[in-house]
Design a protein around this ligand. Structure first.
Ligand SMILES: Cc1cc2nc3c(=O)[nH]c(=O)nc-3n(C[C@H](O)[C@H](O)[C@H](O)COP(=O)(O)OP(=O)(O)OC[C@H]3O[C@@H](n4cnc5c(N)ncnc54)[C@H](O)[C@@H]3O)c2cc1C
Length: 316
């Protein structure tokens, strides 16, 4: 495990690369230094925890498989990816919490979760799993010809931590189940996405960013803008302490603040999400989450992802 002090120095060094006029630099660094160090310690603990141990409740050993090291259950303890890390605030993450199927029969290890797709597709013919080659070809055929319903037999549940502006895009995907942290029940955490790299307005696509901005004055203005998030959070905290209700106190909090939610969907709709949000015209921040989710499921649905990659440029 990496020591927190190593990470602290790393994050502090990143914070020190902020290019501000000297007086304001001192001011900002004085105010933010302790916060950044504390945050870095917390990140160090989060990012490099002790190696996780399989949860005996989530991953019970089958009585009949005691001598078999593969207990036929998918283990998800390390299924987490950190994203939006180009920040002097907090990174986000996407964690795969659960999946269906979780139990992989012994003759289906070449398919992993894909076996539920093959099983569902062949029910039309009252048939099931065949050979690895035939099963792979079937999945290829289904993706190619957009026979989508068998892919709805595979489900995923993710825990996501992302900035509110990313969540606003995410929530537009209606074919999913969502439970989000409530700013009415909970005091929001003072965690913000504060990107170090910023871009000018794109010329070709009206929605998109263009080239990196290197002008120091503009960069400083943006950094000041981001550090105001912390100032605004302090006001929020003071209002809560003075007895203002959580649901009203939160209304002035900025869009770069983090939110957390559980998001559950099936493989067909997840692929639709990935098609739209891993596309080159998607905002890079949500694209990182979409790419990460695809990576997290690749070893669980190897044939589906291979076929998706093969045909995704042809899908509408
Ligand atoms: C690059 C990009 C830019 C975008 N810009 C904007 C924007 O400027 N403004 C904006 O408002 N949105 C914008 N969106 C959001 C976009 O319009 C979709 O709401 C979002 O991508 C969800 O896609 P979806 O409907 O396919 O997904 P889901 O909501 O998961 O739906 C999946 C599929 O189910 C079907 N479906 C779901 N609900 C219905 C329904 N009620 N009626 C009929 N069919 C349904 C559709 O076939 C749909 O494709 C943008 C999305 C992207 C990727």
């Amino acid at each position: 495990m990496l020591k927190a002090s190593v990470i602290s120095r790393k994050f502090f060094r990143n914070a020190m690369t902020v290019s501000l006029p000297k007086a304001q630099l001192n001011d900002l660094v004085d105010n933010q230094f302790q916060k950044i160090l504390g945050e870095a310690d917390r990140l160090a603990a989060d990012l490099w925890p002790d190696p996780p141990k399989p949860n005996p409740i989530l991953n019970p050993k089958q009585e009949s498989d005691r001598v078999d090291p593969w207990d036929q259950l998918i283990h998800l303890v390390d299924k987490i990816k950190y994203v939006n890390t180009d920040t002097y605030g907090t990174p986000g993450f996407v964690r795969l919490v659960d999946c269906m199927p979780r139990y992989i029969p012994k003759d289906c290890t070449h398919l992993m979760c894909d076996h539920a797709i093959v099983q569902a597709a062949r029910v039309s013919f009252n048939e099931g799993i065949k050979t690895p080659e035939k099963d792979k070809n079937l999945i290829d055929f289904l993706i190619k010809h957009k026979h989508t319903s068998p892919f709805e037999m595979v489900k995923f549940k993710f825990h996501i931590k992302c900035p509110i502006f990313v969540q606003r895009q995410w929530i537009r995907h209606r074919t999913a189940n969502v439970n989000e942290i409530s700013g009415r029940y909970s005091v929001m955490k003072g965690e913000f996405y504060c990107p170090r790299t910023i871009y000018d307005q794109g010329k070709l696509n009206k929605q998109m960013s263009g080239n990196e901005i290197t002008d120091q004055e503009t960069k400083y203005l943006f950094e000041e803008y981001m550090s105001n998030s912390y100032k605004q959070y302090n006001v929020y905290n003071n209002l809560i302490k003075k007895g203002v209700s959580r649901e009203i106190a939160r209304i002035g909090l900025p869009q770069n603040m983090y939110t957390e939610f559980y998001w559950s969907t099936d493989l067909h709709n997840l692929l639709n999400f990935i098609r739209l949000r891993s596309a080159p015209n998607a905002q890079s921040e949500i694209k990182e989450y979409s790419d990460a989710m695809k990576e997290l499921i690749t070893d669980l649905c190897p044939n589906t992802i291979e076929a998706y990659d093969k045909y995704s440029h042809t899908s509408s």
